[in-house]
Design a protein around this ligand. Sequence first.
Ligand code: E4P
Length: 217
Amino acid sequence: MKFFIDTANLDQIREAQSLGVLDGVTTNPSLMAKEGITGEKNIIQHYFDICEIVDGDVSAEVISLDFNGMVKEGKILAALHPQIVVKIPMIEDGVKALKYFYDEGIKTNCTLIFSAGQALLAAKAGATYMSPFIGRLDDISTDGLSLIQEIRDIYDNYGFETQILAASVRHTMHIIECAKIGADVMTGPLSSIKGLLKHPLTDIGLAKFLEDYKKGN
Ligand code: E4P
């Protein structure tokens, strides 16, 4: 299972990278705005800075809603750095753009997936990754993890190679349940990744080991 961090915050990306378990980064326009990154030039520079920190794939989202605009933007983003994955929204022109980039050999991440039907379309169009937003489904009293299971079953039925990127992960249990289902990737905040570290028995056990070591010295 690949671990991506879902942020545009460079310090958090560096911290996750230093753990040695990071496989990539996802961003979106809201995450960019949260870091105060605005304007095309600054956004492009920020994507480049992220790519210089991590070794894996970095999703960079297009803003256009029409096919020609998505293709133009996506080409600029893809040319920026070999690690860039063009993030395309699940809309009609987005499906066309996914197919276009597939034919061009450019990696894509189809975003804003909320149903099995959308996941099926993204795979048919040749998306490299597709991102079901599990936290946002949970927010509206719909089981996000069930969607991950449904998509896993469908993709396995036909051997689709599109990777299931469980997005909108909010906490450690999302990660663990996604791993049990067999999501290929999860993207979440640093807190969800570092949360996996914690267990009170680890802390208690370690304190006792150190206490006993001191007794013997
Ligand atoms: C995915 O690529 C999105 O950036 C993200 O996971 C959305 O998460 P949120 O629902 O916490 O905003």
